[in-house]
Design a protein around this ligand. Structure first.
Ligand code: ZN
Length: 322
C-alpha cells in the first residue's frame, strides 16, 4: 500500500500538471468530442460506403486521442470535464448541413476546418508539455496531421483543384491511381500497385482494396500461405487478400507506414514481437558439504542385489545421468 502510494505520488510529481495544462487538455478533449459528433452526422448523411469507412476510422483515431488525454488528466488527479454540448451541436449541424448542401467535398472541407484548428491547439499544447504529456500530445498531433492531409487529398481529387493538390506532401497520383476519388478500406486512398485493385459489390457488402494495398496484403502473407497461393483459384486468392487487408493487424501496419508516409510523417512500423530465447534447463546444483544426508535402507541378502541398490542410490551417479 505504501509502495503504491509513493508510486502514485512519484507519477503525479513527474506529470507536474498545472491548472493551465489541465485546462488546455480539457479543451482539446472537448474539441475531439465535438469532432466525433460531426463525424457521426456525416456518416448518417453519406451515401458512399468508402467515405463511411473513412469517417468511421477517423472516429476511432479521435477516440484514441480522447482516451490518451483523459488518462493524463486522471493521472494528475482530476476528472475531465464533459460539457461540450453546445460545441457538439454546432459542429454536428455544420457537418450535416454541409453534406446536404454541398455533398461529400463540402462535408470534408468542414471537417478539415475543425481538424486544422485542433492541429494548431495540439501544436501550442506540445510546446509547453513535458514527459508523458508531451508524448501523448505528439501522438494526437500525428493522428490529426494524418486527418488533415487525408481530407486534403480527397478534396483535391473530388474537386480537381490544383491548389489543393499543391498543398499535399506528395504528388496526387501517389494517392489516387484512377480517375475517381475512391476510398480503400485499408489505406483510405487509392494507391497504385503492380496488382489490380479489388472491389466487392452486388449481394456482398461493398469493399474496396486499392492496388497498393493488394500488393501489401500479399507480401504480408505468412511464407507457408504464400507458397500455397499459386494453387488457389483467382477468386480464392483475391478473397484471401481482401480478408487480410481489412484485418486489424494489416490496417495498423498501413496506419504506421504508408498512410504516415503519404501524410508527410516519418514511418513508425509496429514493433515485431520479441522472439523467445531458447532456455535449456540448468543441471541441479551440487550438494553443499553442510547438506544433511538422507539415508535409505534397502537391505538385501543377495550380494548382486546389494551392489545394484548401492549403485542406484549413489547420489553422484544420479546427478551425472540427470
Ligand atoms: Zn489501399
Amino acid at each position: 500500500m505504501t509502495l503504491q502510494r509513493s508510486e502514485h505520488t512519484r507519477t503525479v510529481k513527474a506529470m507536474e500538471m498545472d491548472v493551465e495544462s489541465q485546462r488546455q487538455l480539457t479543451s482539446l478533449i472537448l474539441h475531439e468530442v465535438a469532432g466525433i459528433s460531426a463525424l457521426e452526422a456525416a456518416i448518417a448523411a453519406e451515401d458512399s460506403p468508402g467515405y463511411v469507412v473513412l469517417f468511421q476510422d477517423a472516429k476511432v483515431d479521435k477516440q484514441a486521442n480522447i482516451e490518451q488525454l483523459a488518462t493524463l488528466i486522471r493521472m494528475a488527479g482530476s476528472v475531465p470535464s464533459e460539457s461540450a454540448a453546445f460545441r457538439q451541436l454546432v459542429q454536428k449541424s455544420q457537418a450535416r448541413l454541409a453534406e446536404k448542401v454541398g455533398g461529400t467535398a463540402a462535408a470534408l472541407r468542414t471537417m478539415r476546418v475543425s481538424a486544422k484548428e485542433l492541429l494548431k491547439s495540439y501544436g501550442t499544447a506540445m510546446s509547453s508539455g513535458r514527459g508523458l504529456v508531451r508524448t501523448a500530445l505528439e501522438k494526437a498531433h500525428g493522428r490529426t496531421t494524418v486527418q488533415v492531409q487525408t481530407l486534403t487529398a480527397h478534396i483535391a481529387k473530388l474537386t480537381s483543384n490544383a491548389r489543393e493538390a499543391a498543398g499535399l506532401p506528395r504528388a496526387l497520383p501517389e494517392y489516387f491511381a484512377g480517375p475517381e476519388a475512391k476510398v480503400c478500406f485499408r489505406c483510405h486512398f487509392d494507391r497504385p500497385g503492380t496488382r489490380q485493385a479489388l472491389e466487392l459489390s452486388g449481394d456482398r457488402p461493398y469493399t474496396y482494396i486499392c492496388a497498393g494495398c493488394h500488393d501489401d496484403a500479399v507480401n504480408e502473407f505468412r511464407p507457408d500461405l504464400a507458397a500455397q497461393m499459386e494453387r488457389w483459384t483467382q477468386q480464392a486468392r483475391e478473397a484471401r487478400a481482401i480478408q487480410h487487408a481489412i484485418g486489424r493487424a494489416s490496417k495498423l501496419t498501413a496506419a504506421h507506414t504508408v498512410i504516415r508516409k503519404l501524410c508527410g510523417l516519418p514511418e513508425t512500423p509496429p514493433m515485431a514481437l520479441p522472439t523467445k530465447p531458447l532456455v535449456s534447463p540448468l543441471p541441479p546444483p551440487a550438494p553443499s558439504p553442510a547438506e544433511t544426508r538422507g539415508v535409505i535402507h534397502a537391505d538385501s541378502s543377495d550380494p548382486g542385489d546389494a551392489e545394484y541398490v548401492k549403485l542406484l542410490f549413489n547420489p553422484d551417479r544420479v546427478r551425472n545421468s540427470w
